[in-house]
Design a protein around this ligand. Structure first.
Ligand code: MRU
Length: 339
């Protein structure tokens, strides 16, 4: 099984996703500052995986701290939580996981500092285990929406690599594939940093899922020619009304799907739901380094002097979403999410 985040002997292990598909390199982390940097630089990415890594980042910080009292540990961990929270603004799973770790810490204040360290590692492991279970449940629920012989288009990577394992959108595809329903997965390349071609295609090859890679601009003509039956993507944050932030380009696919009368599904665990935001208008959208757009890999594809706009995510209004699949079931409009 693909496990992008693991905890072994008090150390955090991350599969370096920036090196895929050329190299399967696992890195070890013993400082929370390095975990934060790994999240910022996409060594670990995908909303649920970011949450799991951040939870272990707090466990790492607890081991790193030399505090001998609860107050000393609290001060060190508040600093780590602040640093981890400052890495990526859009995926709400990050803040959800950090809030959960802080609550665990505060509830353990009467324990010894060593016992608190163990308690935090166990809580991070619970975040991981629960995400894995949620993905399996989403796979079961989502597969009921997939017709036999389906040709499914997906965007970015919402697979095992983006989660504790198995995946959300790709988890639905995995489950439908296991039931023999998937004829083909159209894998969007996903510019600018190619999570589709580098990561989703890699997972499909590993699992023997029939797929075909396309440049992002191909989706419209595939739909027009009747070569897509449904679209399924993941999510980075879902507002109370169902508006959904996901990888840049997702909104365009939802509009295209509507035009071609195709179902457009979102699969995400309830840790991706942010009921505090009434609509998608309030979701913070990360802007990333212009260099990601000026080059493909190490090759410059634009003048260094060209100004760039590089939003990492867009928001799909809920009216374009046929259903949202969570571990709790399949939800349809009108959406009114609570955690
Ligand atoms: O910038 P990334 O690679 O972290 O963006 C990932 C996505 O947009 C995914 O679709 C989303 O996080 C869902 S992952 C199950």
């Amino acid at each position: 099984m693909i496990a992008p985040v693991r905890w072994a002997g008090g150390r955090l292990l991350l599969l370096d996703q920036t090196r895929l598909p050329s190299e399967e390199l696992t890195r070890e982390y013993a400082r929370w500052e390095d975990v934060a940097e790994a999240i910022r630089t996409l060594v670990v990415r995908g909303a649920p995986a970011i949450g799991v890594a951040a939870a272990f980042g707090v466990a790492v910080a607890a081991r790193q701290s030399t505090a001998t009292t609860f107050d000393g540990l609290l001060a060190d961990l508040e600093m780590a939580i602040k640093g981890l929270a400052a890495t990526r603004p859009t995926a709400v799973n990050l803040f959800w996981a950090l809030d959960r770790m802080r609550a665990t810490l505060l509830a353990a204040r009467t324990l010894s500092v060593d016992a608190i360290r163990s308690r935090l590692a166990a809580e991070a492991q619970a975040v991981l285990d629960e995400d894995l279970a949620a993905n399996r449940a989403m796979g079961d629920h989502g597969a009921t929406l997939v017709p036999s012989g389906a040709r499914i288009l997906t965007h970015c990577n919402a697979g095992a690599l983006a989660t504790a394992g198995y995946g959300t959108a790709l988890g639905v595809i995995r489950s439908a594939h296991a039931q023999g329903k998937v004829a083909l997965v159209w894998v969007d390349e996903t510019r600018p940093v190619m999570q589709g071609s580098r990561l989703t295609a890699w997972e499909c090859v590993r699992d023997g899922i029939p797929h075909r890679l396309v440049a992002d601009v191909v989706a419209a003509s595939l739909m027009a020619r009747g070569q897509v039956d449904l679209v399924v993507t993941g999510a980075d944050r879902i507002a109370a009304n169902g508006d959904t932030a996901n990888k840049i380009g997702t909104y365009a696919l939802a509009v295209l799907a509507r035009h071609h009368a195709l179902p457009f599904y979102v699969a995400a665990p309830s840790s991706t739901i942010d009921p505090s935001l009434p609509s998608g208008a309030e979701i913070p959208i990360e802007e990333r380094d212009p260099a990601e757009v000026r080059r493909v890999g190490a090759t410059m594809t634009a003048p260094e002097a060209s100004p760039v706009f590089n939003p990492a995510f867009d928001v799909t209004p809920s009216e374009f979403i046929s259903a949202i699949i969570t571990e709790r079931g399949v939800f349809r409009a009108p959406y009114s999410f609570r955690r």
